[in-house]
Design a protein around this ligand. Structure first.
Ligand SMILES: O=C(O)CCC(=O)C(=O)O
Ligand SMILES: [Fe+2]
Length: 299
């Protein structure tokens, strides 16, 4: 009989439970081998859980539906190690060079912050005005080929500014870099998106998954994306929330406010709990500006 080389949710829970109550990794591996797991596979999996620092799984909630994994279990399986966030961990106001930004909500794992007063009403209007006649149908990166493709999952119109394209954009690039605690030069140019009624961006990751062949061309310049700031340029009459399905979080657009999240640590690991999307606009339209930061200088 061939050896087992995959992990069912039941076995995952069993491993976590036993490590959590103090069993040695060796004894856990031994039981797995007895139960016909491939020895190399069993050691690798158990070592992975121990080294990711998540073996003390005492209080992990079980799956809501039998056989389904909870978001926490998936996060543990991914092995993502949370380090000290780039984003400031305390304080209700972040002072940038030219504007004080209020922190409305902060979350630790994953690192998420909802911010208010990041852009003035006039700055929002100006970004829309400068973009309105440059809009094109948005694309996504094809996971296989790496080419930009128009797909139904992303029904928005968009345009980019190059980094520091003019004095106004340079001021915003600088402010956003101070807020994200990451160098201006590591930022991609601001992306402006416009969603009309029905327009949406289905849940996705902003990072480029290493296992997708199409990612490699995008990782060449600047490396992985590490964090995102989505800035809301208008109030949406209905719908258009930024949703984070794995966290059960939804952020409603408000003119001048923003949502920040980070997902790549110093080891280049990425956090799958930052899956997110733009919910369909039900009434009115939605305008956003997105900033993506890279590991290194971009472009
Ligand atoms: O539309 C939104 O709220 C999210 C946009 C987004 O995910 C992106 O630009 O990468
Ligand atoms: Fe995104």
């Amino acid at each position: 009989m061939s050896k087992i080389t995959h992990l069912s949710p039941e076995w995952q829970s069993w491993i976590l439970e036993n490590l959590g109550r103090g069993c040695t990794p060796q004894s856990v591996v031994e039981v797995m081998v007895e139960k016909n797991f491939d020895p190399m596979f069993a050691s690798a999996i158990v070592f992975h859980f121990v080294s990711s620092g998540n073996s003390g799984a005492g209080g992990l909630p079980g799956p809501a539906i039998p056989g389904a994994q909870s978001a926490q279990q998936r996060a543990i399986q991914s092995g993502y190690v949370y380090e000290t966030p780039r984003f400031p961990q305390a304080g209700s106001v972040i002072r940038t060079g030219d504007r004080d930004v209020r922190v409305v909500v902060r979350m630790e794992k994953p690192v998420v912050a909802v911010l208010d007063g990041l852009l003035s009403q006039e700055e929002c209007d100006e970004l829309i005005r400068l973009s309105a006649n440059k809009l094109k149908r948005s694309t996504i990166v094809d996971p296989q080929t790496g080419r930009e493709e128009v797909i139904d999952d992303r029904t928005s119109l968009g345009t980019f500014f190059s980094l520091r394209e003019n004095e106004f954009i340079a001021r915003l690039d600088e402010r956003v870099s101070q807020l994200m605690h990451w160098p201006v030069e590591n930022g991609e140019g601001l992306q402006i998106l416009n969603y009309r009624v029905g327009g949406e961006y289905k849940p996705h990751y902003d990072y480029f998954p290493e296992q997708d062949p199409g990612s490699h061309v995008h990782l060449k310049s600047g490396g992985q994306r590490v964090s995102t700031l989505v800035m809301y340029l208008n109030d949406v009459d209905e719908g258009g929330e930024t949703i984070f399905p794995e966290m059960g979080l939804s952020v409603s657009p408000k003119k001048g406010s923003a949502v920040y999240f980070e997902y790549c640590n110093s080891q280049g690991q990425v956090d799958p709990l930052t899956l997110h999307g733009g919910a369909p606009v039900i009434k009115g339209e939605k305008w956003i500006a997105t900033k993506w930061m890279r590991q290194r200088i971009f472009g």
